[in-house]
Design a protein around this ligand. Structure first.
Ligand code: SAM
Length: 164
């Protein structure tokens, strides 16, 4: 049975970072159908439900130009995660794995990232498929999928060039 915030056999907890030392600004809020961590998908799917990403003022104008991309990288703060496990047992079988070898939401800085499929942009709301976070999860950033993005500034020495 899965319980929220339990420490399982084989897991190791360490003192967790202070909640106030990151200095990040939440720039929006993600609206999804999931209100319970146990029912939230472990990773988003391209055929998942449409979720709405709300941008707070003054950040909505930063969406200019995003609509041309098919996919967007969404970076969010898994705000209900514990932050103190350095070894974790995802299968609850006593087999421990290092926190940095898995994509568990439990991490010292609980950042979540998803490559989501852009469905549309309406009145400062970005509609996407492919998320895996709870309703109300704070938004940290949005970026075009790096595989679709070509740097806008002129090339620099050392940049990868097509044909290299
Ligand atoms: N796709 C992201 C990644 O790989 O960085 C997150 C993956 S994480 C395994 C997704 C899980 O985090 C969900 O199944 C849910 O259990 C949990 N979760 C989702 N939103 C959360 C939130 N706001 N706070 C804490 N846990 C959350």
């Amino acid at each position: 049975m899965v319980r929220e915030n339990e420490v399982r056999r084989g897991e190791v907890a360490v003192p967790s970072p202070a909640a106030t030392d990151a200095g990040l600004e939440f720039i929006g809020r993600i609206h999804t159908p999931w209100t319970n961590r146990m029912q939230t998908p472990r990773q988003g799917r391209a055929d998942g439900p449409i979720c709405r990403i709300e941008l707070f003022a003054p950040w909505a104008q930063g969406l200019q130009g995003l609509a041309q991309y098919e996919r967007v990288e969404v970076i969010y703060w898994l705000h209900l995660s514990r932050r103190d496990l350095v070894l974790q047992c995802p299968a609850n079988d006593g087999v421990a794995r290092g926190t940095f070898s898995i994509r568990s939401p439990v991490r010292p800085n609980p950042l979540g990232t998803s490559i989501a499929h852009l469905v549309g942009i309406e009145n400062g709301m970005v509609l996407v498929r492919g998320l895996d976070c709870l309703d109300g999860t704070p938004l940290l950033d949005l970026k075009p999928d790096r595989t679709l993005f070509t740097p806008i500034a002129p090339p620099q020495p050392g940049d990868f060039q097509v044909g290299d």
